[in-house]
Design a protein around this ligand. Structure first.
Ligand SMILES: Cc1cc2nc3c(=O)[nH]c(=O)nc-3n(C[C@H](O)[C@H](O)[C@H](O)COP(=O)(O)OP(=O)(O)OC[C@H]3O[C@@H](n4cnc5c(N)ncnc54)[C@H](O)[C@@H]3O)c2cc1C
Length: 392
């Protein structure tokens, strides 16, 4: 669609997380008249996009995502950094390791198939590169030379600023209660007042099933507990570029831990990547993050999750972290295959679904935003050539 044609199109975007904001910016840059509705304040910590940092990488077990990541890192993040006037992506090595015969093998194969810039290294070389890790029990080890750390909170703030600068109206604390299509367009209902638009992009994260009930069975919400741990010894050894972003993959597909250097937050970040069964209630008011008192353990609410992470770090790091500095809660919206649902709602192309998460969508966000704008204005996207909204 041309810019002049787009200028006649009104688009409602529901959700002010990284995906919704990226979509609002992309739509406004293409000339559409955009209103974004967010139930909380932009930058809040109740969803999936908050926190200091996120991992980016191109080594993926699916060549489609490997290409999508590579394109986002080559084009969209540099463009966003330029427009925002600040660095958002800091390169640092990516480390993927795990027991032979486990899911790391799939990584090795797919990364090779996708031509990702990764090298398989032996334990002696890995210990030379990353002396912070033990690499006990002869794991398989991949080093991703395209990886890095994304400044998450800063990226969300930049996208909000740039979307508004491009002409998008951002309505905060504006909860949407329902979305209904009729002959004249789409009605976005809210206790604060209804709005009508020609198209709607639903980027509601963990709340997607509430607004589009027919999709609810395809998504499961999993609350994540993130630990910021105080590293021991030379602090610079735990920062970019000496400390990698890392993912440990176990024997079972649900057994993953990951971590990031100390970056824009005190402490190295680590967590389990929880994609298991069951669904948490996104509205369950999780207790606020509780930074540790000066001495002693943090008053943590989900001690088991934190203990698991600290035990894992104690096992894999050459010098275990001294203590927990802080914890953070965050939501994954998982699909069965960890695929994203990007595209028109079957039966009504005026409703565009922007459900990208399963704990790995941040790295694609500025490109996902363009894909959602394409679907809203052109009905298709060359950057997301998938037939079905969700794979069977
Ligand atoms: C702990 C953790 C670690 C992660 N690590 C990585 C990583 O290293 N690399 C990576 O690439 N990805 C990572 N991710 C995934 C990534 O952060 C998410 O996939 C991404 O942030 C999802 O963004 P979103 O905009 O879809 O969701 P959200 O940020 O949750 O945005 C959805 C928004 O919609 C709003 N909303 C919902 N319903 C309504 C309504 N009815 N009315 C108005 N507003 C509404 C919500 O309030 C929310 O702000 C991680 C996620 C978590 C939780």
């Amino acid at each position: 669609m041309t810019r002049s044609a787009a200028s006649a199109v009104t688009v409602a975007v529901v959700g002010g997380g990284v995906n919704g904001l990226a979509a609002a910016r992309a739509l406004a840059l293409r000339g559409a008249r955009v209103t974004l509705f967010e139930q909380f304040r932009i930058g809040h910590s109740r969803g999936s996009s908050h926190g200091a940092a996120r991992i980016t990488r191109t080594s993926y077990h699916d060549p489609h995502y490997a290409r999508f990541a590579a394109d986002a890192m080559a084009e969209d993040w540099p463009a966003l950094e330029r427009d925002a006037g600040e660095p958002l992506l800091t390169p640092t090595p990516g480390l993927f390791f795990g027991p032979r015969g486990g899911s790391v093998d799939a990584y090795v194969l797919a990364a090779a198939a996708a031509g990702s810039p990764v090298d398989e290294v032996g334990v002696p070389e890995a210990r030379r590169m990353f002396p912070q890790f033990r690499f006990g029990e002869d794991p398989r080890i991949l080093v991703d030379r395209s990886a890095g750390v994304l400044a998450a909170d800063a990226a969300v703030a930049a996208l909000a600023r740039l979307a508004a600068a491009a002409g998008a109206e951002i309505r905060e604390e504006w909860p949407v209660s329902s979305i209904a299509a009729d002959v004249g367009g789409v009605v976005v209902a809210s206790p604060r007042g209804d709005a009508r638009a020609d198209r709607v992009v639903v980027a509601a994260g963990a709340w997607i099933g509430r607004l589009v009930p027919e999709l609810a069975p395809s998504f499961a919400v999993a609350r994540q507990t993130v630990v910021y741990a105080e590293p021991s010894g030379d602090r610079d050894a735990w920062r970019v570029p000496r400390f990698p972003v890392w993912v440990w993959t176990g024997r079972d597909e649900h057994e993953h831990f990951y971590g990031l250097p100390e970056h824009r937050h005190a402490g190295i970040k680590a967590a389990r990547h929880a994609t298991g069964p069951g669904s948490d209630d996104p509205d369950d008011p999780a207790p606020p993050d509780s930074p540790a008192p000066p001495h002693g353990p943090a008053p943590l609410n989900d001690g088991r999750a934190v203990a698991e992470v600290m035990e894992f770090l104690g096992r894999e790091l050459a010098s275990p972290p001294a203590r927990v500095l802080a914890t953070e809660r965050c939501l994954y919206t998982n699909t069965r295959t960890q695929d994203f649902a990007l595209g028109a709602l079957p039966g009504d192309p005026r409703i565009v679904i922007g459900a990208a998460c399963s704990g790995h969508a941040f790295k694609f966000a500025p490109r996902t935003g363009r894909v959602l704008a394409d679907f809203a204005l052109d009905g298709r996207s060359a950057a997301w050539p998938r037939a079905a909204l969700l794979p069977e």
